[in-house]
Design a protein around this ligand. Structure first.
Ligand code: ADE
Length: 430
C-alpha cells in the first residue's frame, strides 16, 4: 500500500513511523510512506493559513495556497483516496481500519488551526476520519494513529496473524486478561485453565473472559457481537448481579396538570395497571406504585389486582400474576417514597419524567450510568393527564428528557412512555 501524507509538520509523522512494526513494514516494502509538506511550496513570507470569514476567531488553511499541492498529488496518484483527519470525521474503528487496509493508495491530509477551507474538502476529500471526540492541535498525530491501525491490518505486517485476529475489538469484543511467566508471583496465580494444555477448554475460557470483559468495560460493543443464546443468557445473569439495584416506579394521578396548567386528579386507567406492571417485571423493577388519593379509585385498582391474583386465573396465566404482584397501591407519591425509605433506610433518588421540554433535563446515557453507580434505591416517577406538576418536577433529583419523535405531536400513552423509558435506562442491548 502506498500512503501519502500532507501536513504542516511531516517530521512528526516521519518520526512516529520509524519504530517497531510499522518501520518493519516499510523496510519489507509492505507499505511505502511519502510525505508532502504544505509549506514547502510557499514563497518566502507567505502563509498557508488565513483569517476566517465571518465572526469566529481562528485561522483557516487556504484553498488557494494548498490547491497546487493537492493537484500534484492527484496527478502523481490518480487513484488515491484522500482521507482528511478531522474531529468532524467518521470515528476510526477497527472495521474502518480493516476496510482502508485493502486500498492500494491513500493520501492522509492533516488539518491544523480551524481546518481547511471547505472548498478544498469538497473538491478532494473522499473520507473524513476522526480518532476520537477530542481536539488535537493538528492532524499529524491522528495520521500516525491512522497509519498504525491500518498498517497492522495489512497481510504480513504483523508476524503472527492470529495476534491480529484475536485482538481486542475484532468481532466487536474486547480481549480478556492475559498472563505470562512466572505461574505464581507474590502469591498471585495465573488461572489454572490457561496452564491445563487443553486447547478446547482454553478456547472456551478465552471466549468467556472476552465476553465478560466487554460486558464490564464496553457493553455498547456487544450490540454488534455475534453471541449464542447460551452466552447471551450467561451475560444477562452477570449483568443482573452487577445491576442488583432497587429500582421502583410510580404512576401519579394527583397532583397532575391539565391542559390549562391547573392542578387536577386524573382517573385510573385499567390498561395502565396491567401493562405497566408487565413492563416493570420485564425490566427488573422492584415495585410499581400506583398512587391515587381517592379511596374508590384505589379500590377499583384493587379489584383488578384481585382478579389477576385469583388462584384460578393464576393457574391459567402464570405470566400476568407475577407482574401484578409488583403493584402497590398508595394514596400519595410521598407515601411511596416513605415506604422505600423505610425499607432501605435511605430516601430514594427520584427521577421525574415529562413529555414537555423543561430546563435542566438529564439525558438517558447520564442517568443510565448514574443508576448503575448510585448505591441508593431509585424511584422513577411518571405522570398522567398533561403531566406532573411543576412542584413535583422541581422536587425531583433529576428530570429525564422526553421520549418522542421529531414532530410536534407528542402524546404517547403513559404505559408506552414507561416501556420506552425503562428500555432506554435498563434495556439489554445484546
Ligand atoms: N485533528 C484535530 N483533532 C482531531 C481528531 N480528534 N481526530 C482527527 N483529526 C483531528
Amino acid at each position: 500500500m502506498k500512503i501519502n501524507t500532507v501536513s504542516t509538520f511531516p517530521r512528526i509523522i516521519k518520526e512516529a513511523t520509524k519504530y517497531g512494526i510499522v518501520s518493519n513494514a516499510v523496510k519489507n516494502k509492505l507499505i511505502n510512506i511519502n510525505h508532502f509538506s504544505l509549506i514547502n511550496d510557499l514563497s518566502q513570507g507567505d502563509r498557508i493559513d488565513d483569517e476566517q470569514y465571518g465572526i469566529e476567531p481562528g485561522m483557516v488553511l487556504s484553498y488557494e495556497k494548498s490547491y497546487k499541492l493537492f493537484k500534484r498529488i492527484k496527478t502523481l496518484n490518480p487513484n488515491t483516496k484522500f482521507i482528511f483527519t478531522s474531529p468532524k470525521g467518521t470515528k476510526l474503528t477497527n472495521d474502518l481500519a480493516i476496510s482502508l487496509s485493502s486500498e492500494k493508495n491513500i493520501t492522509i491530509v492533516c488539518g491544523r488551526y480551524e481546518g481547511y477551507d471547505q472548498r478544498i474538502i469538497d473538491e478532494y476529500c473522499d473520507l473524513e476520519v476522526s480518532i476520537g471526540d477530542y481536539v488535537l492541535t493538528g492532524g499529524e498525530l491522528a495520521a500516525c494513529v491512522l497509519i498504525d491501525s491500518v498498517a497492522r491490518m495489512i497481510k504480513g505486517v504483523v508476524g503472527n496473524e492470529n495476534s491480529v485476529t484475536s485482538d481486542s475489538l475484532m468481532e466487536s469484543m474486547l480481549k480478556g486478561p492475559v498472563y505470562t511467566r512466572p505461574k505464581i508471583y507474590r502469591g498471585k496465580k495465573v488461572p489454572n485453565i490457561l496452564l491445563s494444555g487443553n486447547h478446547a477448554n482454553i478456547k472456551k475460557h478465552l471466549r468467556k473472559t472476552s465476553l465478560v470483559t466487554t460486558l464490564k468495560k464496553r457493553e455498547d460493543l456487544l450490540e454488534n457481537t455475534k453471541i449464542s443464546l447460551e452466552e447471551s443468557n450467561q451475560l444477562k445473569s452477570i449483568k443482573k448481579e452487577i445491576i442488583n439495584k432497587n429500582i421502583y416506579i410510580a404512576l401519579v394521578h394527583y397532583p397532575i396538570e391539565n391542559i390549562k396548567g391547573e392542578t387536577i386528579k386524573t382517573s385510573l386507567t385499567n390498561l395502565d395497571i396491567q401493562d405497566i406492571a408487565r413492563s416493570a417485571n420485564t425490566y427488573g423493577i422492584n415495585k410499581y406504585f400506583i398512587t391515587h388519593p381517592v379511596k374508590e379509585q384505589r379500590m377499583l385498582a384493587e379489584k383488578v389486582i384481585q382478579y389477576w391474583s385469583n388462584e384460578k386465573v393464576r393457574k391459567n396465566d402464570n405470566t400476568k400474576h407475577s407482574s401484578i404482584d409488583k403493584i402497590i397501591l398508595k394514596n400519595s407519591l410521598n407515601s411511596a417514597i416513605r415506604e422505600i425509605r423505610a425499607k432501605h433506610g435511605v430516601r430514594p433518588i427520584t427521577i421525574a419524567t415529562d413529555a414537555r421540554m423543561v430546563h435542566n433535563m438529564t439525558s438517558y446515557s447520564t442517568l443510565r450510568d448514574r443508576i448503575l453507580n448510585i448505591d441508593k434505591p431509585v424511584l422513577i416517577i411518571f405522570g398522567t393527564g398533561w403531566g406532573l406538576t411543576k412542584s413535583t418536577l422541581e422536587s425531583a433529583d433529576y428530570i429525564l428528557k422526553p421520549v418522542g419523535g421529531y414532530y410536534e405531536y407528542n402524546h404517547l400513552s403513559v404505559r408506552s412512555a414507561v416501556a420506552i423509558i425503562l428500555d432506554r435506562l435498563l434495556g439489554c442491548k445484546f
